[in-house]
Write a protein that binds this ligand. Sequence first.
Ligand code: AMP
Ligand code: GLY
Length: 425
Amino acid sequence: MKVLVIGSGGREHAIVKKMAASTLVDEIHCAPGNAGISRQAICHNIPDSDIPGILGLTKQIDPGLVVIGPEAPLCEGLGDILRGEGYRVFGPGNEAAMLEGSKGFAKEVMIAAGVPTAGYERFIEYEVAMSHLSAITFPIVVKANGLAAGKGVIIAEAMTEAEDALRSCFVDRSFGDAGLDVLVEECLVGHECSVLALCDGETILPLEPAQDYKRIYDSDRGPNTGGMGCYSPVPRVPSQLVDEIIETVHRPTIAELARRGIEFRGVLYAGLMLTADGPKVLEFNCRFGDPETQAILPRLENDLVELMLACADGSLADHKLRWKEERCVTVIIASAGYPLTSSKGDIINGLGIDGCLPGVDVYHAGTAEENGQFLTNGGRVLAISALDHSFRAARARAYDAVGKVRFDGMQYRRDIAQEPARGEA
Ligand code: AMP
Ligand code: GLY
């Protein structure tokens, strides 16, 4: 079978590498892909925002499965368009993708479904939002309703910060149209974790939980990023808690969508805060997480293509997930200036390690190739994942590999999985 993967990040490289191990697959295509993905897949230079271009490519390749990685084309309805043409698609349609595309819609669904989440108010008028601030206690969280590439969330400790946040949404228009519709939320306290689950519209199969690191610097300092590292599983989230989260979050959400005539086929990702009152939803994503995928998929024993086809076909109930006992630690290497800016065109040395270090996977995110050399081509450049019997050993293996990579201005966190590794002492 031919398969087509849409996207160009580390997440898509991890999906492509796992698909390459499937006995069902003869040929993997990717649009647009990146320099690393081109080692396992035929890359087509069509951006994932070019919906007519992707449709044309799909017709040309005629794949047995299309996997849509990023949220933007999912929210644009690429899943519906391809399904309408008769293709088997892993990824929800536009209405279900609005769980990520509109934080206000996600809240509405959660409230109707009784899913625990932070209390909130929604505003489309600057003055009304500003006057609301005098009636609340701080800290609070200001969120742009629409997609803002992980940047539209501001935690305000006090009034002046909240006023600045509202001004940047409504007046400066820092998040474009996404910021003209704003949620002001209660600030939740606790540990965060990500619980992703495969869904075929009815059956829900939880993936093992993952711990993302959102801030750029060690000890969770500095601005938020797309994610600087990850580990899986999460000792703090044992399987009974995963089951509780599936029953209190994923199942009622999928059921509420179904009640509205909306089917979710793909991955439903719940970003959660483990509060003193139990797990509460911070956000939904309608897709695999990045870098969660790079820490989850290396531990999956099943054939990923079989599972994705089952999601597309509605036959997930016939499957059971199997996991390696080993722990996985993923370290992101980012370019100079990330997350405020990013640097392109720096030569990356040391990538000869790819495929040479046992237990290590190198996933490309922002890379390009020129004259046989890999160059940086974005904020997050590489994700290095390592498997081992303990977090301590997986961590050592991952950082050993990271130490062999060199490029100007490279930055990475030194504390990924330090906490669970200490817990093993
Ligand atoms: P989101 O894109 O909604 O996941 O928000 C990005 C990050 O902001 C989350 O990973 C949390 O660290 C933080 N965050 C979002 N909402 C809240 C909240 N209600 N309380 C505390 N932190 C939050
Ligand atoms: N790692 C967070 C995300 O994929 O949105």
